[in-house]
Design a binder for this molecule. Sequence first.
Ligand code: UDP
Length: 203
Amino acid sequence: MEKIYVLGVPVHKINMNEALDKSIEFLNSDEKRVIFTPNSEIVMMAKDDKHLLSVIEGADLVIPDGIGLVLASRIIKKPLEERVTGIDLMENILDYCNKAKKSIFILGGKPGVADKALKNISKKYPNIKALGSYHGYFKGYHIGCEGHDEEKSVIDLINNLKPDVLFVAFGAPRQEFWIRRYKDEINANIFMGVGGSVDVYAG
Ligand code: UDP
């Protein structure tokens, strides 16, 4: 997959169909994979933050979720075909999970929000295995405060359920740092940072 660099930050040069095909390929492999959906704001942040840049560089799929990225790609003469938003890719992944009877867990959002989102997703996609959810304000989730008991119990909960897709919605760049920090310890196939999309699904 070709990457383009916007202000030194890598983004895959893909359209929605290709992003979905890649995601399906990830879902049908045994390896853990990470999907990030940066917009221009996050790219601006990553250009000045080496740690965030290395986290984005380490992802398996980085979709261009911002019209600013599409415009920038034209300026550097490596035009992206279209904006690929995180919420649209999430919706397409959910649709595939429904067809393939895959399982999901939603982590993040204010208490009650992920649960509501999961219920709405289950209504729309009855064949998805909606394994569970947890809010995004548990103790220990932010960098420097790792290892709190509540965080450990959230990780244990996810590990017992072994979701095919773990959607993480702490907002950027918190979710990106958290995924990078815990990917190796968590039993999930795809880790996707979805930001405010969980609020949209909650309605
Ligand atoms: N959020 C969270 N924990 C936090 C901060 C934010 O779970 O410590 C949730 C917040 O409730 C919202 C989601 O992260 O559901 C996305 O937040 P925001 O809209 O700020 O992020 P963006 O979509 O702009 O990246």
